[in-house]
Structures are given as C-alpha cells and as structure tokens.
Design a protein around this ligand. Structure first.
Ligand SMILES: [Zn+2]
Length: 444
C-alpha cells in the first residue's frame, strides 16, 4: 500500500476536505479521508500543497493530429478541414502520427488527464496509449461520403477494429467513429451503427457542430454540398437537423457519444435524452472555429451525460481539461446571462465523473472512492495564484492552465514532481521536424 498525503482532496463524490490521504493498493483506491485516520502500513508520499482530484477524463481528442498544433490557424471550417485532410494524406507517415499521438498523450498526462477518448484514422492514438500506460477508448474513424464506397469502407473498418481488439486491454479499449455527415453517407452511417451493435463497440460521431453541416443536412445547400456535387455525389436534404439524421439512421443509443452538439434545438435535446446518448462538450474548439456555444445547461437539465473534450490541438492548440472546465463555466454564464449557470463544482464534475459517465466508465473511474481504479491527479498551487479559499473554485478559475504535479493511472505513477516518468527527450524534436514538413508542403 502507498499513502498519498495532500493539502486538499476533492473526491467529487463527496465534499472537498483538507489534510487528507488517498491510499492505493494493487492499482485501486483503498482509503480516502483525513490523514489522521489513514491506515498506517506501507509507504507514504507527502505531495505537499496540492489539490488532489480524480484523474481528468478528456471525452474527445485526436491524438494523431498533435503535429498540427497552430498549423491551421485563422482558417474557416471548410478550408480548415480541407487543409487538414490533404496535409495528413500528403505528409504524414504512420511513424509521424505515432510520434504526434505520443506527444498528445504526454501533454494530456502533464495536465492531469488519465483517460483519453481518442478518435483517429490511423490507430496511432491506440498504440500511443498502450505504450504510455494511459487509459482510453480509441474510436477508429471511417470516411466515405459516396454511398458507392460504403461496402469497401465498412469492410476496411471491420478489419482494423478486429486487429485493434486483439490488442485491447482493460486500460485501452476500441470503438468506431463514422466521422460526420459531410464525410459519411447515410448508408455508411447505418452500416457503422450496425457494426458497432454487432460487436458491442461504443460509437462516437461529430454532429451538429457548425452551420455548413446544417446547410448540407437540412437543405442540401452550401459549401459542403457544392464540394460533394463537384465530386459527382448526389446531394439532397437529408433530415430536419443533424441529430434527427442520426436518429433516422439508427446511430443514437446508450453507447453513442455525440461530439459537439452546438446546433441542437429542444427536439434534438429530447431525442438525445430519449436514446440515452452521451455528449462531448468542446467549448474551446467550438469557439476557436466560430461554431458557437453548445447549450450545456439544457443538455444537463435533460439529464444527458456530458463530458468535456479538448478536440484536436489543430482547433484548440492545447490539451488542458481544467482550462476546458473554466471555459465551460465562463461560456455557460455568458450564454445564459446567469452567474450560476455552471458553478465550479459542476465544472470539475464534468471533467471527471461527467466524462467517465459519458464513456460508460463511471463504475471504474471518475471519483475518488474506495474500490475504484487509482487514477489520480494533483495540482500544486503556484504562489502567484494563491491564496486558496475553496480548492474547487481555485482549481477551475485560478489554477487552470498549470501543469499537474503528480499523476497516476491505475496506481502507476506517470508524472512525478511535474515531470513525466520515462520521458523520451527526443520526442518533441521529432514532432517539430514533422511540423516543418507540413510547412514545406504548404509552401509548395
Ligand atoms: Zn473532433
């Protein structure tokens, strides 16, 4: 047994308290409570003036795109996604995407993220999570806007998923992701949902993110519609809204994670609740790409499971879930014009147990409770961000943006004294070299 002492502990499942201890045995939490009542056996580690929380859960990211941090700055959504996909095709090798994914996991761990819901085309995120000992679900992406591509696309996805499932562990699991309505035909959505149900796999889909997507789905118009027509793909109005489209194609369900949900109305929210879907709320990415602010409080009022996602660093530039919590709270207040739209304790819940619920992992992680997996993060209070009146409020509003001081996944220490354990010092240089190749490609 090892006992971690901390100035403050935020179990999430109960009120925060000071001068506490979390004891870990065989990868699980064996004690949470006052230091004076903690078990006395085993080793101990005094983490000092830190705020200790459950490991943070990033409900949506794209680890393989980490080399694109800053590469797409200032672009509108259609140019953003076109440059992203053509640069990925032209420049990236599998080894580059693996390095990018490794750096993404490193960044997340350094910010206290212990669980990553990764959507990716290459499988690099899956390999990186396995290698670096983090927890996650890797949703393997499938694309194909032309219904004629459906059969080949679904066969390819099934083969990739089979290969991943053979290497899946208790820590790293497999899912599928039909990308979005502007890259996936109705036939391919149906086939992917069928595959997910047949194999018992979770599904993630980018949905109701921006105006161009709504133009395409609701009216068969706009830049995405023109782009598809220019490729000889027939386009017609498909549904009342993107969420209604997902419902009509059998994509909605308890195992479905809906990423973004910015452009949803009351009927959509009711459908999401009726099908018991979860939502990944990505406030920074949605703002950075000019999509708007998702109706977070309406989703929560409808008892929908919501977690927070950074999205890729190509549309956020950082993977920092405390910062995402801060933005979720600030944007909710701005949108609702209410100071209490999302209090700091609810914002921290979204980044921990909310994400765990959204991913169906809430019996395993998300709170500090005896018997749960010992996924732990501790954040030191920098002197320039002191004093602390309430540790939860301090974490969300003052400390967000700081690195974690200590991180463990299933009891295995990943970050100690602010430094990654077993770091590869050459990794950032290799990702920088990849970024230079991207710049070279852009110049030609
Ligand atoms: Zn995304």
């Amino acid at each position: 047994m090892i006992r971690y002492h901390a100035r403050w502990i935020c179990p999430i499942s109960s009120a925060p308290f000071s001068d506490g201890t979390v004891a870990v045995e065989n990868g699980r939490i064996a004690y949470v409570g006052p230091r004076m009542h903690a078990p006395s056996e085993g080793d101990e580690h005094d983490l000092g003036d830190v705020i200790l929380t459950p490991g943070l859960v990033n409900t949506h990211c794209h680890l393989e795109l980490t080399a694109m941090r800053g590469f797409l700055d200032g672009l509108g959504f259609r140019d953003w996604i076109l440059r992203l996909t053509s640069a990925r095709r032209a420049v990236f090798t599998q080894e580059m995407m693996l390095d990018a994914a490794r750096l993404g996991v490193v960044e997340g761990l350094q910010h206290g993220i212990t669980t990553f819901a990764d959507t990716g085309d290459s499988g690099a995120g899956f390999d990186a999570l396995l290698e670096l000992g983090a927890r996650g679900i890797c949703y393997r992406e499938v694309f194909g806007p032309d219904p004629a591509q459906c059969e080949e696309a679904i066969a390819g996805l099934a083969a990739k998923v089979d290969e991943m499932q053979q290497r899946a562990t208790d820590l790293v699991r497999v899912g599928v992701s039909p990308h979005a309505p502007y890259t996936v035909s109705d036939a391919l959505f149906r086939a992917t949902a069928d595959l997910a149900r047949a194999r018992g796999l979770p599904l993630a889909v980018h949905i109701a993110e921006g105006a161009l997507e709504s133009d395409l789905v609701e009216r068969g118009e706009g830049a995405f519609a023109e782009g598809l027509r220019s490729r000889g793909i027939a386009v017609a109005p498909r549904a009342r809204t993107p969420v209604a489209l997902m419902e009509s194609l059998g994509v909605l369900g308890k195992e479905s994670l809906l990423i973004h949900c910015v452009r949803v109305d009351a009927e959509d929210v009711a459908a999401i609740a009726r099908h018991a879907c979860a939502v990944a709320h990505c406030p920074a990415s949605n703002a950075r790409l000019g999509h708007g602010i998702a109706p977070l409080t309406q989703l929560l009022d409808a008892k929908i499971r919501v977690g927070l996602g950074s999205d890729s660093v190509a549309s956020n530039d950082r993977m920092d879930l405390l910062d995402e919590s801060r933005l979720a709270a600030l944007f909710a207040g701005a949108r609702e014009r209410r100071h209490d739209a999302l209090a700091s304790d609810r914002a921290l819940s979204l980044a921990t147990i909310g994400g765990a619920q959204a991913l169906g992992l809430d019996t395993t992680i998300g709170t500090l409770e005896v018997g749960k997996q010992a996924d732990i993060a501790a954040f030191r209070v920098p002197e320039f961000r002191s004093p602390v009146h309430d540790p939860v409020s301090a974490l969300i509003f003052a400390i967000a943006g700081q690195k974690a001081d200590f991180v463990a996944v299933a009891g295995d220490v990943r970050v100690r004294a602010g430094r990654l354990v077993n770091a590869d010092p050459a990794l950032p240089g290799r990702v920088q070299a990849c970024a230079e190749l991207l710049q070279g490609w852009l110049a030609h």
